[in-house]
Design a protein around this ligand. Structure first.
Ligand SMILES: *[C@@H]1O[C@H](CO)[C@@H](O)[C@H](O)[C@H]1NC(C)=O
Ligand SMILES: *[C@@H]1O[C@H](CO)[C@@H](O)[C@H](O)[C@H]1NC(C)=O
Ligand SMILES: *[C@@H]1O[C@H](CO)[C@@H](O)[C@H](O)[C@H]1NC(C)=O
Ligand SMILES: *[C@@H]1O[C@H](CO)[C@@H](O)[C@H](O)[C@H]1NC(C)=O
Ligand SMILES: *[C@@H]1O[C@H](CO)[C@@H](O)[C@H](O)[C@H]1NC(C)=O
Length: 481
């Protein structure tokens, strides 16, 4: 008996995965120390050098061709590269400083579009004095720790295709690899990701952050992964609305642990249209925030039961904008979005008018309208709020104190009132924004060393409720007067 062959009812999608074209390439002939143009590099084996640039000391393409740079320090680097290449049995070598004719924009563009694949098969690491320190295989753990890139991606087994391995990693996690990267030109932040997403872009130096938007548009064309939208704005002050795309790779800095909930072939398709990204999906609705929620079919590896989404606000017709872009929506259950919020009360009682708000942090989580930090979804949280005091008499006004509060890092919810300017370790932790260090330093302060008492104020962390949801309240009561 023959079973019925199921066929797609409406549309069939044929996946396109463009690969970089490996065309003309300049290589160093290691024996003769000359540049040669090689027609097809598919069958040519060559050594490739990735290195730190030394300003003014690198050998440029033209200088190599006319052999006028032999006194530069960069020349020695090339000589050593060639010697090493010959020792390892290679006739040719490639180095980005001198093997790209940068006056040819098409050649530069092709080189940058292909570079990821050129480097992908390299293995070896050398220290500053050219001693071998290991291969990518032996160093994969350390490299993974430093870059945040999974080991199976850094070291792809011989029988596996790099593009297939990359395809298993969420787009959001791949973006996070560049979140802390610094490049001389802002466009390179986008261009360095081309190979990781298997897309090509014409290079337009001068377009600035627009390059990163173009990269995302290009990813939409070839990649059905909704986690592309799982970024969080780290901008300050916060914008109420944003477009669907991230502004820079840094917006993905917390996305390294995002994994796909199931295969992206089950996602609704989405496309670039002249109104923005077009997607046909049913939205959820958050009554608490009066915002729509678009779920992204992905979650954090530490909280697998919680689906990630983004908040959307209706702008009329069928158009939506991203709202509250500092959050991914955590949809363990939508009515728990306020879980673990910290509400900061004004100082109650007589004399309260002499107090005002000073510094607040982390700003990305602070909702000034509701006077609260919304921490839903974070496993660890440290916040601070500065109460400033004006006596109207002293020249050194304003006095006052900071309250620090938080949970996580293995600690029960806690609160301390501190004179920050007298506590240098704490000041340092705030300045560098290291929340774990902040939690550690604050714990060294005994609760009884409560600086707020000097101002006649009692500060406590108490349990409260807002809209029926449990919250913490930083409660301040004026006592002295
Ligand atoms: C060699 O090339 C460099 C860079 O283009 C140029 O400045 C220099 O004048 C050239 N020297 C000779 C001798 O051609
Ligand atoms: C480098 O590129 C420029 C601009 O396309 C071209 O005029 C020049 O001939 C190229 N140099 C070589 C050695 O091919
Ligand atoms: C990588 O990080 C893990 C976890 O922090 C640590 O246990 C390990 O020693 C690190 N490995 C290297 C080579 O740095
Ligand atoms: C959206 O919801 C409607 C009504 O519940 C349902 O019929 C439809 O299949 C849903 N569409 C998608 C894309 O899930
Ligand atoms: C509060 O400030 C006013 C001046 O603005 C001052 O006269 C008053 O003494 C202050 N109160 C206290 C308790 O310091």
């Amino acid at each position: 008996m023959h079973g019925k062959i199921s066929s797609p009812s409406s549309a069939l999608f044929i996946i396109l995965r463009p690969r970089p074209i490996l065309g003309l390439m300049w290589l160093i002939n290691c024996q003769e120390l000359t540049l040669v143009e090689v027609g097809s590099v598919l069958n040519v084996q060559y050594a490739i050098l990735s290195h730190t640039w030394e300003a003014g000391e690198e050998v440029q393409f033209d200088e190599f061709r006319n052999q006028t740079a032999t006194t530069k320090r960069g020349w020695d680097k090339i000589r050593r590269l060639c010697r090493l290449a010959i020792d390892e049995g290679y006739q040719f070598a490639w180095c980005d400083t001198c093997c790209i004719n940068k006056t040819s924009s098409s050649e530069l563009s092709e080189a940058i579009n292909s570079m990821f694949h050129w480097y992908a098969t390299a293995v070896r690491f050398y220290d500053a004095s050219w001693r071998a320190i290991g291969t990518k295989a032996t160093l994969s753990e350390a490299l993974s720790n430093i870059t945040g890139i999974a080991r199976n991606v850094l070291f792809v087994a011989k029988d596996r295709d790099l593009d297939d391995v990359l395809g298993q990693v969420s787009v959001a996690a791949r973006m996070s690899w560049a979140a802390k990267r610094e490049t001389t030109r802002v466009e390179d932040l986008a261009y360095c990701l081309l190979g990781i997403f298997g897309v090509n872009l014409p290079l337009l130096y001068g377009e600035g952050e627009r390059a990163f938007i173009r990269l995302q548009e290009e990813i939409v064309k070839t990649n059905n992964d909704l986690s592309l939208f799982a970024w969080r704005s780290a901008n300050s002050p916060l914008e109420p609305y944003r477009g669907v795309f991230a502004q820079r790779p840094g917006d993905f800095q917390n996305s390294g642990g995002i994994i796909l909930a199931n295969s992206i072939i089950y996602n609704s398709e989405f496309t670039m249209s002249n109104k923005g990204v077009k997607i046909e999906m049913n939205l959820s609705y958050s009554n608490k925030r009066s915002l729509h929620v678009l779920f992204l079919n992905c979650h954090n590896e530490v909280e697998r039961q919680a689906n990630l989404g983004i908040f959307l606000i209706h702008q009329g017709a069928s158009i939506f904008a991203r709202a509250q872009p500092q959050f991914p929506s955590i949809a363990r259950s939508l009515d728990k979005v306020y879980r673990r919020a910290f509400i900061i009360s004004n100082i109650q009682g007589e004399g309260s008018r002499n107090w005002s708000t000073g510094d607040v942090g982390p700003k990305a989580l602070w909702d000034s309208g509701q006077r609260m930090f919304i921490t839903a979804g974070l496993d660890n949280f440290v916040g601070y709020y500065q109460y400033q005091f004006y006596s109207g008499e002293s020249k050194t006004d304003p006095g006052g104190f900071y309250v620090f509060f938080g949970y996580g890092y293995g600690l029960e919810p806690w609160l301390r009132a501190v004179a920050l300017e007298k506590n240098y370790p704490l000041l340092y932790a705030v300045e560098i924004g290291d929340m774990r260090l902040l939690a550690q330093e604050v714990q060294k302060i005994e609760p009884q060393d409560n600086i707020a008492a000097e101002y006649g104020v009692a500060v406590e962390l108490v349990y409260g409720a807002k809209n029926g949801e449990p919250v913490f309240v930083v409660d301040c009561q004026w006592h002295r007067y």
